[in-house]
Design a protein around this ligand. Structure first.
Ligand code: KDG
Length: 334
């Protein structure tokens, strides 16, 4: 064997045993949020950052902005698509105008509990929906938790279907929510999240609906007197990244971001679930009256809301709705 061949062989052997070091450049990603930092999303972002620090030696950094400081969810998402902003953590609901299939998560009374939501979102169905997004200039890193939504209002106790009649309720910018509340007889008005507090304060609207932790951390209890435990929808948060910017990251950087978004997800959901009962206690202490919906009335609401599924299946995509229903049926049969 010639010396040159031997040297080459030795070099090849050395390469095959020396682990290739992952490559990370120093990068900072801005993250737009509508909610405030004391919301469980704050815990999720901190956990995601700790994971990135460990994985990338501090190269990849998240710079989170809170309380709509970078604009509303829709505006921020459009900036992701054009590559002028890196990340947004947003409810899926305001994005149906961009990705109609996301409307499947807005269907009323879809999930029965958090375990069901986790299984669908972290399973095949969640992957299927995430797979639709790159075409729209978006990459979904993980589904975090917004939570089961509940109605608050300043008019009076809402405990049954008829109590929604004429209630001026803010809904997200989303046809399915609009129809769900119109179907209940409410006067539903679509509005960006950032405008809700002042619209409630000036009494331009009577009501809004959000999970306990948002009612608490966005101080809606200061301008609302009644909270009805309606659990009428569960819309996930999506941790979205700009596809044009994503394509400039190395594979190692992309993997670190995806893996750490999942670490953040677990911390965020745990924090949210722990905070939910504290939030409920806090808003009660702040003077809100809590109205429970009886199981009979809940069943009646579920039944009356079914018409919304029929009316919106086509716009969401019949296949999308059928896939969701099949995934849920499979889960419930276990
Ligand atoms: O940016 C925060 C929002 O995505 C979130 O809180 C949305 O549930 C929401 C709402 O009511 O607009």
């Amino acid at each position: 064997m010639k010396l040159g061949t031997l040297t080459l062989l030795t070099a090849a052997l050395a390469l095959s045993v020396t682990p290739v070091m992952a490559q990370y450049q120093d990068r900072t990603f801005r993250v737009s949020n509508g909610i405030n930092e004391d919301h469980p999303v704050g815990d999720g972002v901190r956990a995601m950052q700790a994971c990135l620090d460990e994985r990338t030696g501090g190269a990849l950094k998240l710079n989170a902005f809170w309380g709509n400081a970078l604009g509303g969810d829709l505006q921020a998402t459009q900036s992701l698509r054009s590559g002028t902003l890196e990340m947004v953590i947003t409810s899926s609901s305001p994005l149906v105008g961009i990705v109609p299939a996301l409307g499947v998560f807005d269907l009323p009374f879809l999930f029965s509990n958090e375990q069901e939501a986790d299984a669908i979102l972290d399973g095949e169905f969640g992957d299927y929906i995430a797979g639709l997004l790159p075409e729209f200039g978006l990459v979904n890193l993980a589904y975090w938790e917004n939570g089961f939504r509940n109605l608050t209002n300043s008019r009076g106790p809402v405990e049954k279907w008829e109590d929604f009649e004429g209630l001026k309720v803010r809904v997200m910018q989303n046809n399915i929510f609009l129809d769900t509340f119109a179907n209940m007889g409410a006067n539903a008005t679509p509005m960006a999240f950032g405008e809700v507090f002042s619209a409630l304060e000036t009494r331009a609207i009577d009501a809004q609906e959000n999970p306990f932790v948002t009612i608490d951390t966005s101080q809606f209890y200061e301008v609302q007197d009644y909270l009805s435990v309606t659990n009428h929808a569960y819309t996930p948060f999506m941790v979205l990244f700009s596809k044009p910017i994503w394509d400039t990251l190395s594979e190692d950087e992309q993997t670190a971001m995806s893996d750490c978004a999942v670490v953040g997800r677990d911390a965020q959901r745990a924090a949210g679930r722990a905070l939910a009962s504290e939030s409920l206690a806090r808003v009660r202490e702040a003077g809100m009256q809590i109205n429970e919906i009886s199981p009979e009335e809940q069943a009646r609401m579920v039944e009356k809301a079914q018409v919304v599924y029929e009316r919106h299946a086509e716009e969401i995509g019949v296949e999308v709705v059928e896939r969701m229903q099949a995934a849920l049926a499979e889960l419930r049969a276990q």
